[in-house]
Design a protein around this ligand. Sequence first.
Ligand code: ZN
Length: 416
Amino acid sequence: MNREPIIPHNFQQTFEARIEALGRISEAEDNLVRPSFTPAMRQVNTLVGEWMRAAGMTVREDNIGNLIGRYESSMPNAKTLVIGSHLDTVKDAGRYDGTLGVLLGLACVEALAREGRRLPFAIEVIAFSDEEGLRFHLPYLGSKTIAGVLSAEDLQRRDENGISIRDAVREYGGNPDLISADRKVSDDLIGYLEVHIEQGPLLESLGLPIGIVTAIAGMNRVQITFKGEAGHAGTVPMHLRRDTLVAAAKFIAAVEQVGLMTEGLVATVGQIEALPGASNAIPGKVTISLDVRHQDDTTRLNAVDALYREAQQIGQHSRVDVAWEQIAESMSIPCSPQLIEMLSQAAEDEKITPYFLSSGAGHDAVQMSRLAPSAMIFVRCRGGISHNPAEYASSIDAEAALKVLIRAVTGYEQGV
Ligand SMILES: [Zn+2]
């Protein structure tokens, strides 16, 4: 068991003040939005950079605008543990998504620095420059750069004003031609840890302050088109119809059933378009989206197969053609079993029941896991609400996460 972390008694106050200060820095006047390579990003990176420096870290920004604070090791040529999350936001965002993880990484170093404690490895706290993908519709710009997988083609992506990532980087002060040099090498890293708000209601429903992430769920995104025959709502008798909206509705009900029957699966139809879309017309064509996620790839693929067969059957029964087009697929990213064990022990030492859950949303850990064993701590958020100004995580829960984080980080000492 590691010795108890010494957290300053004013941590909660400092945390709240910082959340407040960063939450005020926005590109919009009346709500929070911080796209990458904007004055708002410059401002938050400057402010967090000052806090990092005050904690005894050396601070720099790489070419993609990742803010990197480094707390040196007691040993020469030591490897590095990265603790990170992001400071960019979606539109009309909450103040905790991403920011909480950066602040807790910083607070972890502050706690070590206060005791004058150095570890046999360096710690880098990274505030990734663009995780949400708001501006260029391409997520993970920062962590992809560190992982060395941001391509030259990616840099050609343009925002809605026609500005490419390449130009935005240059404008911000980075050199787009040197981005590939900002990658980190696996051999230099011992691990990656990220604390993030849960963005779901599970921890709250269980009365737990934190949870330990076992995997970031894999996902299928499918577009399904039902083609039948449009007709007059008043003249075509029921038994002669080829009504695509009825077929789609049956399928949507089946999606819910498969979701409910499969432990841990989430399956969602979030978009629907019915044509011709008139109150007096039988819908001749319906297009819907399908999003299926699970932390186990086989379970997810079995569910997708079952839904595919269901769609075909419904189509046959309703005399409607069904076109199934996969739009995107990502595999599940398991977290490191060793790190999960370490976090679990750290939680127990803090008298918190370790609770394991998967992440249905993507995080920078997806990219960082290419480089190093990675793990995440989720922090309970009120009502499970995120990407919304009502987003809230208490400083009490943040402190619980911090204590677990510090125990895990100092626990590495024995493992290095
Ligand atoms: Zn986030």
